[in-house]
Design a protein around this ligand. Structure first.
Ligand SMILES: [Zn+2]
Ligand SMILES: [Zn+2]
Length: 280
């Protein structure tokens, strides 16, 4: 097989959501790793895009607009990556604002619970730990460690923030049926992210994909970080069954995650139609 001339990574996170690297550092690392087309897909925010775009211009790589939306389908949380959309479009802006206000409401509730547990100035301290606009449980955990309230992030989760603990506040997300049309209206492509992570039965996954297609979804993440070759083949088949384009990405969050390194997961099976054919 000849060496591919283009290397696509269409799913990764910067410190504008729960990643470690700044948008600039992320783009530079992608370039070092041989990526030629990158989509920065932070959770529920596009705040990193202008910075990533400037850096991509400096580095000479292509940046595709991206975001990873959390949304609800049949009462469960699923992730939809939007690619190549018009970031100024009203519809997409509205969904992002809605996501932000839902997330902020949850952050305030977590802060209240942590105050009650004896951790003072919880909200301010958690905000100080976040580089981006999205503040979640990891930021509270880091703040608790910094203040000496907990000895480690693990302990903070075990005692206060983990499943079933005071800070485990259920997050409400916009509905699937509201998010997907907004992506299409903004001329973007909706990609169902990491389809195997939801641990759905085959029947449920097919139902999810039927709804996804009905609402205008356009692609399936056939390659998502490290996965078994048989899973890739299976997902390729599913993408073709539902006439979906195929996407690939590392879901990179941090340099320490060597199993999810940028640019490592860019080859799609030949049987599928790559998602980039939609904008190239
Ligand atoms: Zn995700
Ligand atoms: Zn992700």
């Amino acid at each position: 097989m000849s060496k591919p001339t283009r290397v696509y990574d269409l799913h990764c996170h910067s410190n504008q959501s729960d990643g470690i690297l700044s948008p600039e550092a992320l783009v530079s690392r992608a370039k070092l790793r041989g990526v030629t087309t990158l989509a920065l897909t932070d959770h529920d925010t596009i705040s990193g895009l202008p910075r990533a775009r400037r850096q991509a211009e400096l580095e000479g790589i292509e940046l595709v607009n991206g975001i990873e939306f959390s949304c609800m389908w049949a009462g469960r949380g699923v992730h939809v990556v939007a690619l190549a959309f018009d970031e100024k479009h009203d519809g997409i802006q509205k969904i992002i604002r809605e996501q932000t206000s839902l997330r902020e409401r949850r952050t305030v509730l977590i802060a209240e619970k942590m105050e009650k547990a004896g951790f003072n100035d919880a909200l301010d301290r958690a905000c100080a730990e976040a580089d981006g606009p999205a503040i979640g449980r990891p930021h509270f955990a880091q703040a608790m460690v910094k203040a000496g309230f907990c000895s480690s992030v693990e302990q903070a989760f075990k005692r206060y923030l983990g499943t079933g603990k005071a800070g485990d506040i259920k997050q409400i997300w916009p509905e699937f049926g509201d998010v997907l049309p907004a992506i299409s209206e903004a001329s973007g492509i909706a990609v169902l992210a990491h389809p195997l992570k939801y641990k759905l039965t085959r029947t449920k996954l097919c139902k999810l994909l039927e709804d996804f297609v009905d609402y205008g979804g356009g692609a399936l993440e056939v390659v998502s970080g490290e996965q078994r070759p048989e899973d890739t083949r299976d997902l390729a088949k599913i993408a073709n069954t539902f006439a979906l384009l195929a996407s690939c990405g590392s879901d990179f969050h941090a340099p320490s995650m060597h199993w999810g390194e940028l640019g490592k997961f860019s080859s799609l099976p030949e049987s599928v139609q790559p998602v980039w054919t939609a904008w190239e």
